[in-house]
Design a protein around this ligand. Sequence first.
Ligand code: NDP
Length: 399
Amino acid sequence: MPNRISRRSLLGAAGASAALAPTIASSQGANSQGAAMADNDKIGFAIVGLGKLSLGQLIPGLKVAKGAKLAAVVSGHPEKARRVAAENGLPADAVYGYDDYDRIAKDPRIDVVYIVLPNSMHAEHTIKAFKAGKHVLCEKPMATTTADAEAMIAAAKAAKRHLMIAYRCHYEPQNLDVMRRLRAKSMGKVRQINTTMGRQADLSDPSDVWRLDGKMSGGGALGDMGVYGVSAARYLLNEEPIAVQAWAQTDRADPRFKETEDLINWQFRFPSGVIANGSTSFAYAPTMAFEVICEQGRLDADPAAFYGGNRLTVIKGGQAQPPIPAPPSDQFAREMDWMADVVRGKAPMVSPGEEGLQDMRLMQAILESAAKDGATVKTDWGYKRAVDPAAVVDVPGKA
Ligand code: NDP
């Protein structure tokens, strides 16, 4: 059973990220082994944009969350919004449209606004929510430009509210397990990481149409899927790349790739000497996997970032051990519960706006290098993650 800890030690952990501190269980972690909070004590979330992720994962996730609850919905389709509200027991006045959602400022039921819109709309709606005095959880990729990402961070600071980026893998048990094994150097030093994140995009699916639109997505497969690999290399190593080289391969005759790149491969160099190869595509078979090659063995997470069914194979001394299934958990509930605890002051911020901005800057560097056919682009601008997820986020069933 994880230990509960004081707010003071949490704040201490937030400042000291590099070392693997004793496991810190947020109230969310402790709650995952106990009862959910009373409804009145839960943090209220307004979900903005009722698309696939909101309807398929987030609203169901809020039903099993221990300390977070659905408080309102914001949509451009009033009929759908009223139906979703009614199905989830929300009163009619908890339904907002994009044009009138400034009114949420006067709605005390809403503590957190969760932005689940096409990427190009994240900045505008995040900034609106801060102006209304709310905290914001924003989907990945954080924005479509680094300027927008910086404006979102500035708006959070001006409003004195929290901005968290919805990097669910920072809270997912298997990813945390791998991070902890690497921090403990259980197979010696890491030498190489390979990440492959992609799938086949489909123009007959409206939610892929905007993903293939340069302006709305900000980068096609790279922003949508590749971002998981960019982020994973960094959180697996708990260090930042100092240089990148990248190459793109895009068939412009394919109607999907009029505006965005398809296959992109990149290579990050880290100060420790680790090389991380990343790949993304919107025209290859679905994969969300990573492999970490250490001095004495390999960790093969395949899948590494699916919504469920993730699986880790440990290969040591040439022998593959039986695959370890990730402990069952709702990643989205864990992430929203973490945000709720951040708002309560009971957990440190693990995936702040600055994390989203770092990935944006690295993806920009990847595109810049790819445009120059693999020219080296320096990325040693001095960013350092504030909090190591492995040091603070609990793993169910593990101390
Ligand atoms: P969808 O296209 O399914 O939904 C987006 C919703 O945004 C729409 O249903 C619509 O909701 C609203 N919207 C408002 N304006 C527009 C517009 N001009 N065009 C299209 N939609 C609009 O996308 P997803 O739910 O798949 O993705 C939303 C966000 O979540 C993206 O940033 C994506 O990267 C992220 N995501 C993250 C995942 C994760 O695992 N963390 C997984 C999947 C997505 P309404 O009709 O209510 O107005």
